[in-house]
Design a binder for this molecule. Sequence first.
Ligand code: 2P0
Length: 332
Amino acid sequence: RAGASGELHAASQAQPNIALIKYWGKRDAALNLPVVGSISITLESLWTRTDVRFVPGQKQDRITLNGRGEEAESRRITACLDLLRQRAGVDYGARVASRNNFPTAAGLASSASGFAALVHAGAQALGLALSLAEQSVLARRCSGSAARSIFGGYVEWAHGQLADGTDSVARPLLGADAWPLRVAVAITSTAAKQVGSTEGMRRTAQTSPYQSAWIDTQEADLSRAREAILARDFEALAQVSEYSCLKMHALALAAQPGLLYWNGATVECMHRVRALRQQGVPVFFTVDAGPQLKAVCLPSAIEQVKAALRDVPGVLDVLDSGLGEGARNIAA
Ligand code: 2P0
C-alpha cells in the first residue's frame, strides 16, 4: 500500500512451526534446497509480527527486532528483501520492525516465523501478486524452515526435483482444526545457540558418517507421518516423530566436532514424556537445534503434560500453544 510520500507499507504475522519429520542438510546452499523433505505443524500462540515500509530515497535497510537495532541477522534480512525488490523492480531501502512474543534464536524457530512474516509483508507492500506457493519458495530461500510457516496446520515441504528449486515448496496436508493437537514448549535456556542451523547442517554434511543413511531413510518417515496425520493416528505419529528427532540428533552428534544441542534438562524432559506415554498419556517429544523440548499431545492431556514438564529441574518456563494458521496480514 502506497502512502502519501510514496512509501510502500504492509504488516504481517506468521507463527513458528515445529518439524515432526526434520529438515537437516542442504543440497544447494545458495538456493536453500534441502537434502530431504520435511513435515511440520504450525503453532498458534507464538508469533512474529513484522512491519515493512519501503522508503523511496532510503539507501540502506533499517531493521529493528523487539524495538532494538538488529545486527546478527541484518545481512540475511537484506538478502531476503533483495529477492522481493528484484521481483518488483524497486531499488530503495526498507524500514523493518519485527517483534517476537517468544525467545529469539534459541531453537524456537524464530527464523521460520520471522522470514515467513517478512516475505508475506514485503510482497504485499510491493504489490507483488504472489500465490502462497510462490511466497513459500521465496521464504525458503531466506530460511529453509520459513517455507513451512507460510501455511497453517500440518505442512509438508517437498524436497523437489528441479535445479532452480521452484518445486521445493511447502503445501498444507491437513488444517489445524481438523486435528487440533496441542504443544507444550519447555524452555530450558534463553541463551542464543552457539552453532546456528546453517553452520550445523554444513558441518554435518561434511563430516558426519551418517549423512547418507539420513537421506536414504527419510522418504519412509515422510510416508509414515503423512499417513498418520491423514488417519489422525496419534500413536503412529508419536513413534515416527520421536524417531525422526532422535535420528537427526544422532546424525548431528556424529559430526566433527559433534553438535550437542541438548542440556541436562532437555534429556530429563525426554524421559518424563516417555514415562507419561508409557502410563497411557497421549504425548510425544521433539527437539530442534536448541535445548527446548516440545511435547506434542492430544488436547485432553495438555494440563498434565505442562505440570510434568514444569516439575523437571532446569525447566525455566513452559509455553503452551495450539495449532494455528499460516502467514497473514495484520493492521499496519
Ligand atoms: C526443522 N531445523 O526441520 C529443522 C530441525 C532445526 C532442526 O529447520 O539454514 O533455520 O535457514 O535453512 O530453517 C532450522 O534451520 O535453517 C531447522 P536455514 P533453518 O525445523
